[in-house]
Write a protein that binds this ligand. Structure first.
Ligand code: CAA
Length: 256
């Protein structure tokens, strides 16, 4: 039984809701474990094709739990190595969409940045306030934001630690969609259900190839894409997709 999250599913979409409202969904270690375990469980579940991560109307998550972190020492951090757990999110094969209302700060922003797509409210507040605590982002923030915005913009935002509006996040391609706060969940579920109708094996192979493009050379990336393209021809969904085109009917994808 999870203490800090809720999970449910709807039409092939698995939803993980962060639920620690009294501290704006501040992420303690148990909560991160619960999120990761639930993501892995949805990833293994054949009835789930897309995963959505949401908070509440006030906060996606206001960062790592500062109270929990306060007394940490280099040694306790080294022994626990808490950020290793976050790497598991990067190994989830299915699409993950973050639905952001309110604050997505520090670790909360990093959690959203671990997702493949981000749908956010017009008044959502992103940012890395860690500098004001005398530290820096630790769950990948310096890397994700730099890859999204470039060195100078990332440095300015992370050095100053000011809240970043959804407008700015949208302008720099950090988020996919910016909409009225009350429509965030509806729009995210609409997008998730649309994705859930796509052939799951293609989605998975596309996810791997697109994320690899960030780190690989062009040629290595093209090699990986090619391998995935060839692999797609092992699926029944490739046969179904091409047959449906030829027979002028909608395809029905089975994920095989
Ligand atoms: N950790 C622990 N508790 C937190 C928290 C956090 N990150 N963020 C908010 N809370 C708690 C507050 O202490 C408060 O608790 P009490 O009611 O017991 O006082 C409750 O949540 C509500 O917060 P506020 O009263 O502060 O709400 P607000 O609307 O006035 O302000 C806020 C909202 C601007 C987000 C403010 O809460 C804030 O600045 N939070 C901290 C943000 C932050 O610094 N995040 C980075 C954390 S470090 C990190 O994430 C490292 C990493 O890379 C992994």
């Amino acid at each position: 039984m999870s203490k800090y999250i809720k999970a449910f599913s709807e039409d092939g979409v698995g939803v993980v809701q962060l639920h620690r409202p009294e501290v704006l969904n501040a992420l303690n270690r148990v909560m991160v474990d619960e999120i990761v375990n639930q993501l892995e469980s949805f990833d293994k579940n054949d009835t789930i094709r897309v995963i959505v991560l949401i908070g509440n109307e006030k906060a996606f998550a206001a960062g790592a739990d500062i109270e929990e972190m306060m007394e940490a020492t280099p040694l306790t951090l080294e022994l626990l190595n808490p950020f290793v757990e976050w790497d598991k999110i990067g190994r989830i094969k299915k699409p993950i969409i973050a639905a952001v209302n309110g604050f997505a700060l520090g670790g909360g922003f990093e959690l959203a940045l671990h997702c493949d797509l981000i749908v956010a409210a017009e008044d959502a507040k992103f940012g890395f306030p860690e500098v004001k605590l005398g530290v820096l982002p630790g769950a990948g923030g310096t890397q994700f934001l730099t890859k999204a915005m470039g060195v100078r913009k990332a440095l300015e935002w992370i050095w100053l630690g000011e809240p970043m509006s959804a407008d700015v996040a949208y302008e720099y391609g950090v988020i996919n969609r910016m909409i009225a706060p009350e429509l965030v969940m509806e729009e995210t579920m609409r997008l998730a259900k649309q994705l859930a109708k796509q052939p799951p094996i293609s989605l998975r192979l596309i996810k791997e190839a697109v994320h690899a493009a960030v780190d690989l050379s062009l040629q290595d990336g093209k090699n990986l894409e090619r391998k995935n393209f060839y692999l797609a021809f092992a699926s029944e969904d490739q046969k179904e997709g091409m047959r449906a085109f030829s027979e002028k009917r909608p395809a029905s994808f089975k994920g095989r």
